[in-house]
Design a protein around this ligand. Structure first.
Ligand code: HEC
Length: 141
């Protein structure tokens, strides 16, 4: 079943960085990141005015990020590796710090679940983006 789910997942998202990943634990955490990035893209379009601002869609996307960001802490806890992984071993040298960075994203996303205007969304996006960069700079190749 797990394999089938992975295959379906691959079929739905062809040609991604994580194609060819063999460790399902690594695949799962990459998928969580990918989902977060997908919601960020949707929000970014609205914040820039490329797509019409829709408060309930924006709040729903922020809620998905909140939930996936919270799940990140469990998805990365075990030190799993894969040749395709971009995760740095430093994550597991100080896991509490990694968790704090995941919490920062969770909190920024939670705050974004109440945005009511495109301006508020733009401000929330820069707070969110800062948490991505902060963690990636420390823990992603
Ligand atoms: C707590 C740390 C942390 C936070 C916060 C974080 N990331 Fe990541 N992200 C990682 C790590 C570590 C990897 C590498 C995972 C791997 O390759 O095993 C990663 C990988 C990714 C990937 C590549 C996934 C793939 O398919 O290989 C994307 C896209 C991504 N992150 C987007 C985001 C975005 C957008 C945000 C902010 C909204 C974010 N991340 C916040 C740690 C974080």
């Amino acid at each position: 079943m797990k394999r089938l789910a992975l295959l379906l997942c691959l079929a739905a998202t062809a040609a991604l960085a994580h194609q060819g990943v063999q460790n399902p634990a690594v695949m799962a955490r990459m998928h969580a990141m990918k989902d977060i990035a997908g919601q960020m893209k949707l929000l970014g379009g609205m914040a820039k005015g490329a797509t019409a601002f829709d408060a309930s869609a924006a709040q729903a996307a922020a809620a998905v990020i909140t939930q996936k960001a919270a799940a990140t802490k469990d998805l990365f806890r075990a030190q799993e590796d894969d040749p395709k992984s971009e995760a740095l071993p430093a994550i597991w040298a100080d896991y509490a710090d990694f968790e704090a960075k995941a919490d920062a994203l969770t909190q920024a996303a939670q705050a974004a679940t109440t945005v009511a205007t495109a301006e508020e969304l733009a401000a929330a996006m820069s707070a969110l983006g800062a948490t991505c960069r902060d963690c990636h700079r420390a823990y992603r190749e």
